[in-house]
Write a protein that binds this ligand. Structure first.
Ligand code: ATR
Length: 276
């Protein structure tokens, strides 16, 4: 039987940890697979995906900037992908159709509640950003039981679009970015902006950070550096990057493709040690 083919599509993609994570999961079960990183510019993405699946690809992860395009080109869409309007997993079904799924929000919540052992129920959450990444996690935070979700975005219109899509005004509402210094403090602050990836440091007031606050950046590595430095400077109780979320989202994709649930902790620990 030919070796099963998997891939991650992104732009840029050369530093992606996904090939290592999936190979480490596969080793836990003695599964042989090929998993490569495919750099596709936005104009080439749809064709690159088509070629990959036409030549026998079984499943693909999708990362920046292609998650909305992946959602758009799929034949079928899971509920999680539909509400986020984006997909980080594409799977070829036996009939040849492509199914889109989004594991980002579930991965983030599992990282927070299981790896970091923090209960989100009854907590106040501030979501910075209202783009694709924010859409990928907003509903999961509400599902996990946060008391309120305050969405703040540089352009207020995008925050309103997300809050309207959620449609739960008693719990999910917006505030203006310019008012960040005056909106009080939060138990959970999630950085879902792309500022760090773009090399820009957000100017955030320390007053946002509540007494036992968890500050969580959806990115990892240097992209998360300035947000986590801000959180530590403000004495946040926890300052966490998205490395654990990445491993958890990969585990969900792996289970979807292979029907087996991998152990995430040893893979996370090994990546964490190498990043130190
Ligand atoms: P992603 O898929 O990473 O979410 P995106 O959909 O382009 O990428 O969204 C980027 C998000 O980061 C947006 O919320 C954007 O705010 P705007 O809607 O105002 O553009 C936010 N963002 C990017 N750079 C930012 C900066 N320097 N300060 C504040 N927000 C920023």
């Amino acid at each position: 039987m030919p070796i099963a083919q998997f891939a991650v599509f992104g732009h840029p993609i050369s530093h992606s940890l996904s090939p290592r994570i999936h190979q480490a999961f596969a080793q836990q079960f003695g599964i042989e697979l090929e998993y490569r990183a495919v750099d596709a510019a936005p104009a080439d993405f749809a064709e690159a995906v088509r070629r990959f699946f036409a030549s026998g690809g079984r499943g693909a992860n999708v990362t920046l900037p292609h998650k909305a395009a992946a959602f758009a080109l799929a034949d079928q869409r899971s509920a999680a992908a539909t509400r986020a309007g984006s997909a980080n997993v594409l799977t070829r079904l036996p009939d040849g159709e492509l199914a889109a799924h989004n594991t980002d929000g579930a991965g983030m919540v599992r990282d927070i509640t299981e790896r970091h052992d923090l209960d989100l129920r009854g907590h106040t959450a501030l979501l910075l950003g209202a783009g694709g990444a924010a859409h990928g996690v907003a509903w999961n935070l509400l599902d996990a039981g946060v008391e309120t979700l305050t969405i703040v975005n540089r352009s207020p219109e995008a925050a309103d679009v997300l809050a309207d899509a959620i449609g739960d005004p008693a719990r999910a509402h917006t505030r203006y970015w310019d008012d960040l210094a005056h909106i009080g403090s939060y138990d959970l602050i999630v950085n879902a902006t792309s500022a760090g990836v773009l090399g820009v440091a957000l100017q955030l007031p320390f007053s946002l950070i509540g007494a036992r606050a968890l500050c969580y950046d959806l990115s990892y590595g240097s992209a998360a550096g300035s947000f986590l430095a801000w959180a530590k400077a403000a004495s946040a109780r926890y300052a966490v990057d998205g490395l654990g979320m990445l491993v958890e989202t990969a585990a969900d994709a792996f289970e979807l493709w292979h029907g087996r649930r991998p152990e995430t902790e040893p893979v996370y620990q090994s990546l964490r040690q190498q990043a130190a």
